[in-house]
Design a binder for this molecule. Structure first.
Ligand code: BV8
Length: 251
């Protein structure tokens, strides 16, 4: 993969002129931090399971110990990860444009650790635990194979959004409003397979925004974007920031 990439000047100008930039990120932006992408998350130990067979309430009730083992494995892996140049460039970009709404499908908290201040966690956060029954956020013993709620003694669950569960209302409202209001929508490191997150780009386009994608592979949606940059996010985003800075200072 090339160590640098040229961002089209008309894309740089469109972002420079944007009143409101909306950014959607997926697992690809954390890949260079060593966090397996959602679908790759099953390398090795988890290769025999499909994500949809673990990230659902039914799967959890069927075998809470197995599902917790998967989340504990991911928590330990993510806790050792550091934000990469892509996360850092996005945090820097926030101060360079009039308004940036960051919506992430990721549950790893790396955008916040990179310094992004307003992060909408569309699918929750892997380090938050909730009572399975009440849904309230709880503190529970992280070393227990199947943690329980200290208030009701019921099952504790990871504070993420599983398949078949609705998106938290505030996060959904923030994302829908930003997609409809923005004049530039940038999708980074997502396979755009999971809804309703995958529908945000269409909303932005229908509302008249310029829509761009950064992905290390080509995606089925690439042809529908105004710009499709095939590059690693950790290369493309610093290049975008440098272009916006007018090549004044390398990141
Ligand atoms: C809901 C949290 C109401 C848990 C996750 C409409 C149409 C069809 C289906 C549906 C629909 N509406 C609802 C559904 C059902 C379902 C769905 O979309 N199913 C899919 C499988 C078809 N959606 C839901 O259930 C959602 N709820 O809508 O509620 C409802 C309910 C029931 C029925 C109807 C309506 C809730 C979905 C949330 C699931 N939770 N995560 C956890 O993490 O454990 S999903 C999980 O996978 C991620 O959070 C992410 O959102 C999603 C996709 O992953 P990506 O982030 O895109 O990662 P992926 O590995 O796929 O791709 C990585 C990309 O990065 C690749 O393209 C790769 O090329 C690229 N890349 C890799 N390295 C780099 C890179 N790019 C740049 N640089 C690199 N270095």
């Amino acid at each position: 993969m090339s160590a640098n990439v040229a961002i089209p000047s008309d894309m740089v100008e469109a972002i420079r002129d944007a009143r409101h930039l909306c950014v959607l990120t997926g697992a690809g932006i954390s890949a260079e931090s060593g966090v397996p992408t959602f679908r790759d998350a099953h390398t090795g130990l988890w290769s025999q399971y499909r994500p949809q067979d673990l990230a659902t309430a039914d799967a959890f009730l069927r075998d809470p110990e197995l599902v917790w083992r998967w989340y504990h494995w991911r928590q330990n892996l993510i806790a050792k990860a550091e934000p990469n140049p892509a996360h850092l460039a996005l945090a820097r970009l926030e101060a360079m444009v009039p308004r940036l709404t960051l919506i992430t499908q990721n549950v790893d908290g790396l955008h916040q650790r990179a310094g992004s201040t307003e992060v909408t966690e569309f699918h929750g956060n892997i380090f938050v635990n909730r009572c399975f029954i009440e849904g309230l956020e709880i503190e529970c013993d992280k070393d227990t194979a199947v943690p329980t709620c200290p208030a009701c003694g019921g099952l504790a669950r990871p504070g993420v959004v599983w398949f078949g569960e609705t998106i938290p209302e505030v996060a959904l409202d923030t994302a829908l409003t930003a997609a409809r209001d923005c004049d530039f929508f940038l999708s980074i490191g997502t396979s755009s397979l999971v809804y309703p997150a995958a529908g945000l780009a269409d909303l932005a386009r229908e509302a008249g925004a310029v829509v761009a994608e950064i992905n290390s592979q080509t995606t089925d949606l690439a042809c529908s974007y105004n710009f499709a940059i095939q590059a690693q996010a950790g290369v493309a985003l610093p290049a975008l920031v440098n272009s916006l800075l007018g090549h004044r200072a390398a990141l």
